[in-house]
Ligand binder design. Structure first.
Ligand code: RIB
Ligand code: CA
Length: 312
């Protein structure tokens, strides 16, 4: 059955692959809109990148919205050292045909949810959670309309990637993450523990290079660039495909193993700001508020990704 989805992202090469996977799957996903948030690069670039990626997939009907340009409380942080100056380095930047809607992303999220039935809309969030939290703060009555929130964010065994104890999306806006994780709606979280099981490799890039379409060529260019930093940092052969895990879960949930856990977000400590305290072994006795992804079938994940890229 087709699922109604709102996507919120901070493109980002891995956000790009997430969007490519989502737009290749119209039988499973009815994408109501895509929203940009400040994250990997400032908002003026993530919103532009979103529209560039819309052009690349040939999108002519899904609307694009710009959201928040800074976190709820903390000072913003970007990751050009990972994603490059433009955020989707690895492809030529151009002025996109796709234009942003005049409506603000938070207004779009609130209005879409208010007009939906209960439990009808899935939210996919692969950047800092500022837009989602802003919508919840603005209009808490949207909450019953959310079927589930599928988040790329957090870390347990993997510690952190932007600090020793925090993952980037959560670290950039921990107050927003706390609001989302504690909102009471079903949360499925893909943290570094699972995304670090899907590093790209020369074989993956070779398989993508063999696909003869514009999206695959853009994917290859971006992943070749995106792999350089993490390959050196983790002494790996490529980069972890964080964000596509969210859409892969929606398409083939059987690829992943999840565990119901209580997850809380650190919003006070300077040392551990943005840490996700994942109670994997249930020692707190607190209510499990998150389905925490902890394992993925790597080959199945890349077979799915490459098969969908081949459809363009
Ligand atoms: O920590 C990885 C996450 O932060 C990914 O979503 C990446 O795109 C950045 O947003
Ligand atoms: Ca992202």
């Amino acid at each position: 059955m087709q699922r109604k989805v709102i996507i919120d992202c901070d493109p980002g090469q891995d956000d790009a692959l997430m969007l490519f996977l989502a737009f290749a799957s119209p039988e499973e996903l009815n994408i109501l809109g895509v929203c940009a948030v400040a994250g990997n690069v400032p908002l003026e670039k993530t919103q532009r990148n979103m529209c560039i990626l819309s052009d690349i997939v040939g999108n002519e009907k899904v609307p694009m919205f710009a959201g928040r340009d800074k976190p709820l409380t903390n000072v913003g942080l970007t990751a050009e050292h990972v994603h490059g100056r433009d955020g989707i380095d690895g492809i030529d930047i151009f002025s996109p045909r796709t234009k942003l809607e005049p409506k603000d992303a938070v207004d779009f999220i609130v209005d879409t949810l208010l007009s939906a039935a209960d439990d009808e809309i899935t939210i996919v969030a692969t950047g800092p959670l500022t837009n989602i939290a802003s919508a919840i703060l603005r209009e808490p009555t949207i909450l019953p309309k959310i079927h589930e929130i599928v988040v790329m964010g957090g870390a347990m065994k993997e510690g952190g990637n932007i600090t020793p104890s925090a993952e980037f999306n959560i670290f950039v806006d921990p107050h927003a993450a706390k609001i989302v994780f504690e909102c009471g709606r079903p949360i499925v979280a893909f943290g570094l523990d699972v995304t670090h099981q899907v590093f790209t490799s020369p074989n993956v890039l070779e398989r993508i290079a063999k696909l003869d379409n514009r999206v695959a060529k853009a994917s290859h260019g971006m992943l070749a660039f995106f792999g350089r930093y993490d390959a050196q940092k983790y002494r790996a052969q490529g980069a972890p495909l964080h964000d596509p895990c969210t859409i892969a879960y929606l398409l083939q949930p059987e690829l992943f193993e999840l565990k119901s856990c209580n997850v809380r977000v650190e919003t006070d400590s300077e040392l551990t700001m943005g840490h996700t305290a994942v109670d994997f072994w249930g020692v707190t006795g607190l209510r499990a508020n998150v389905e925490w992804a902890h394992s993925v079938h790597r080959d199945g994940f890349f077979d799915l990704l490459i098969e969908r890229l081949s459809r363009y």
